[in-house]
Design a protein around this ligand. Structure first.
Ligand code: HXC
Length: 257
């Protein structure tokens, strides 16, 4: 583990990234951003990894971008550095990523969770985009991804008042896939990731790519894209294996090809 602000573990075919700046409630400083991106890219390029979990601590997934680090930056600095653009590289990852969120997921923390493919939340999770209280607005996709996840009404409410919402409301609103007792969070997230990692990796990548396409295109184009990708699954050994296993009433053995 060559990282300072995260822990990187492997559980079988699942890579687990744990945000680890407890003194700052996992605030996302530039080193943490660089390390998370490097860790995700490393896991993404490893064919032995079929899914990734990103998690934080019991108290905080992440309490936002690091305010102390940002505080005195000038417009010219944040603009020329294109502050936070590195986070875009997470959306280029093709391996499925599960966010396991307990405690605070605020500002950049909520945005990091939304950069993952889906969120499993502990009943203690609190989501919000409180940037407005600091005199800024979301800068890692929050105004866009939150709106797509929960719709205009709640996105406006959260971004304009800066209030937080709990796990139940987040699940009801469509931000979160599942809510589980805090004590079970990591186990449930690992189980979901292990299930994903037991599938054919290229097929899981295709499923992720197809769902993501729905955010980028019209319904007709998205359905056509899906059908072409569906057709291409028939070029894989794993399609033959998956269907043969069903017919023969046995578990499939996917080879990732
Ligand atoms: C830097 C942070 C931090 C942050 C917490 N800390 N959040 N440091 N950046 N985002 C630090 C505190 O300064 C404190 O350090 C330590 O973590 C513990 O936090 P406390 O505030 O003492 O804990 P608590 O009273 O339990 O309150 C928890 C909290 C609060 C409600 C989450 O910390 C909070 O409101 N944090 C800021 C949340 C926020 O506004 N996030 C959005 C950031 S802007 P010390 O050294 O005092 O012990 C953002 C923008 C993204 O994400 C893109 C647009 C710019």
């Amino acid at each position: 583990n060559d990282f300072e602000t995260i822990l990187l573990d492997r559980h079988g075919r699942v890579g687990v990234i744990t945000l680890n700046r407890p003194e700052a409630l996992n605030a996302l400083n530039s080193l943490l951003m660089t390390e998370v991106v490097a860790a995700v890219e490393g896991l993404d390029h490893d064919p032995g990894v079929g899914a990734i979990v990103i998690t934080g601590s019991e108290r905080a997934f992440a309490a936002g971008a690091d305010i102390k680090e940002m505080q005195s930056k000038t417009f010219a600095e944040v603009y020329t550095d294109d502050l936070f653009t590195q986070w875009d590289r997470l959306s280029a990852a093709r391996t499925p990523i599960v966010a396991a969120v307990a405690g605070y997921a605020l500002g950049g923390g909520c945005e990091l969770a939304m950069l993952c493919d889906f969120i499993i939340a502990a009943d203690t999770a609190k989501f919000g985009q409180p940037e407005i209280k600091l005199g800024v607005i979301p800068g890692i996709g929050g105004s866009q991804r939150l709106t797509r996840a929960v719709g205009k009404a709640k996105a406006m409410d959260l971004c304009l008042t800066g209030r937080t919402m709990g796990a139940e409301e987040a699940e009801r609103s469509g931000l979160v896939a599942r809510v589980v007792p805090a004590a079970d969070l990591l186990e449930v997230a690992l189980e979901a990731a292990t299930t994903i990692a037991s599938m054919s990796l290229p097929i899981a990548m295709m499923a992720k790519e197809a769902v993501n396409r729905s955010f980028e295109t019209t319904l007709a184009e998205g359905v056509k894209f899906e059908r072409r990708v569906f057709h291409s699954t028939f070029a894989t050994a794993d399609q033959k294996e998956g269907m043969a296993a069903f017919v023969e009433k046995r578990a499939p053995k996917f080879v990732g090809g």
